[in-house]
Design a binder for this molecule. Structure first.
Ligand code: NAD
Length: 497
């Protein structure tokens, strides 16, 4: 059965609407790159959606030439004009949201319900940062030792290379493009081979919005294309969103050109549930760590630390709620959780779960791949493992699937220590009704973003988002996100004649 489904081709009306241009350089839409053939797989059925030739390192060269040719004029364009283009793009993204939604599902199995929110979020980012584009000034600074005038200006880097992952390509690409463009940079953007379609369509929309040719260039591809961008002397800064393993290679390569690299990496975010919390709310929000992005969100709270006095009722509540989540066809309008990205990912996640159970973890729910009508896709139900030892592999590794691990604690001090005992530091979630405790614990979290009684609401374009420790450095979002794409220049003038 599964073999037959896989060889039928992609059976969905959206197949006719998939974007056609994996390479967009200057004003040229190119329906083939010069690189490897891609057979993109839809994880809901394992079917190939389209085959096309991706970009090559030679295409990266051409994209860099186009970006650098556009640089001077884009940088010189007055901020209000950049703002207007970004607002026009935001409006276009909103107009085209219903056409974007099925692409988001086809590319990586994200649920159709989430599509409109993802387009709305992308549009909001261009509006928010478009609003910064016309307000970029400098500042004057104090001078010592005689009459002088001294000021600071914030200037674009030039050309930014943008590498994004498959789990939320539109989200990640817009998180970088909006501030980088507002600051006056040109872009070479790599759409990920595992989920290329929403980024391909985004670049078409950028073109339609009237951005000058070469300001944003697209090279869809895999590791070879990303590596060519990192080593390219014509790219002034790399913004990378992806795994720590790839980040290590990128930093090693960037050492050759001394290129700055912004890193947004993985996480193993802790969720602290205190006995004084609203338990229902904390369970619903706790569960979202497994559900959001089909369990494949970098900042999902996946390591649940629960005060012992409410530990068992909380675990049972989580499990009961998990039973009500509809897992299955991501194109179905009532599906809440879809598949994981690939067979390889499913095998990796299942291995982690199996070893977690073998090591003494208690499997509360889930754990086994869905069969029957879902057999051909890569579906894992919500999987909850309780009684997990903090030092175990499954408590320390980013799982990147719909799996939660739960560990009890006895004191606030122990909860803080357990939460911080991680190589990662992306998010932290605190559930409590005690205001003083909320502030006290938030202040001690080693994480770039702390949410109190929340589970994702903080992720607006206004807030700085990024990691501590091995979750990366630099921030995207907010004014800090704009600064990531600006170089600081100090200008001193002698006023003594
Ligand atoms: P990945 O590191 O395998 O790939 C990320 C991107 O890097 C892809 O586009 C890939 O083609 C490219 N790449 C691979 N090898 C490269 C190389 N040698 N040089 C340059 N580029 C190369 O990560 P993934 O599996 O696509 O994404 C999942 C990871 O991303 C998870 O760890 C997740 O937590 C993280 N992530 C982080 C954020 C964040 O904002 N912090 C957001 C989303 C995902």
């Amino acid at each position: 059965m599964s073999w037959r489904v896989r060889h039928m081709g992609f059976q969905h009306p959206v197949a006719e609407q998939l974007p056609l241009y994996p390479v967009i350089i200057g004003d040229a839409l190119e329906d083939q790159g010069c690189g490897e053939m891609l057979a993109h797989v839809y994880p809901g059925t394992g079917q190939v959606t389209r085959r096309f030739r991706m970009a090559s390192p030679a295409d990266v060269d051409r994209a860099v030439v186009a970006a650098r040719a556009a640089q001077a004029a884009w940088r010189a364009l007055p901020g209000d004009k950049r703002r207007d283009l970004m607002f026009r793009l935001a409006a276009l993204i909103e107009e085209q949201a219903s056409a974007m939604t099925p692409l988001l599902t086809a590319e990586n199995g994200s649920i159709i319900l989430a599509g409109p929110h993802m387009s709305a979020d992308a549009a909001q980012k261009f509006r928010y940062f478009g609003g910064w584009a016309d307000k970029i000034g400098g500042r004057t600074v104090a001078t010592w030792g005689g009459p002088a005038h001294d000021y600071v200006s914030y200037e674009p880097y030039g050309t930014i290379g943008v590498i994004v992952p498959w789990n939320g390509p539109l989200f990640a690409a817009t998180m970088v493009l909006a501030p980088a463009l507002a600051a006056g940079n040109c872009i070479v953007l790599k759409a990920p081979d595992l989920a290329p379609y929403s980024v391909m369509r985004l670049v078409e929309l950028i073109r339609q919005a009237g951005f000058p040719p070469g300001v944003v260039n697209l090279v869809t591809g895999g590791a070879d294309v990303g590596a060519a961008m990192v080593s390219h002397p014509g790219i002034d800064k790399i913004e990378f969103i992806g795994s720590g393993a790839t980040a290590r290679k990128i930093l090693a390569s960037a050492a050759e050109t001394l290129k700055p690299v912004g890193l947004e990496l993985g996480g193993k975010s802790a969720v602290l549930v205190f006995a004084d919390a609203d338990l229902q709310g904390a369970a619903k929000r706790g569960l979202s760590g497994a559900v959001s992005a089909n369990g494949q969100g970098c900042v999902n709270g996946t390591r649940l630390l629960v005060e012992r006095s409410i530990y068992e009722p909380y675990v049972q509540m989580l499990s009961a709620m998990a039973g009500h989540i509809k897992v299955g066809d991501p194109f179905a309008p009532d599906t809440i959780m879809g598949p994981v990205i690939s067979e390889a990912a499913l095998a990796r996640i299942s291995g982690l779960v199996d070893r977690g159970v073998a090591g003494g973890g208690r499997l509360v729910t889930g754990g086994a791949r869905l069969g029957g009508e879902h057999e051909a896709g890569t579906f894992l139900p919500i999987t909850i493992l309780a009684d997990i030892a903090p030092e175990s592999e499954i408590a320390r590794t980013e799982i990147f699937g719909p799996v939660l691990v739960v560990t009890p604690f006895d004191t606030e001090e122990e909860a803080v220590a357990l939460a911080n005992d991680s190589d990662y530091g992306l998010g932290a979630y605190i559930h409590t009704s005690n205001l003083a405790r909320a502030h006290r614990v938030a202040g001690q979290m080693q994480a770039g973003q702390v949410q109190v009684n929340g589970s994702g609401e903080a992720m607006t374009p206004c807030v700085p988002f990024g990691g501590m420790k091995q979750s990366g450095h630099g921030r995207l979002g907010g004014m800090e996100g704009l600064r990531e794409f600006q170089q600081v220049k100090n200008i001193w003038m002698n006023l003594q004649g």
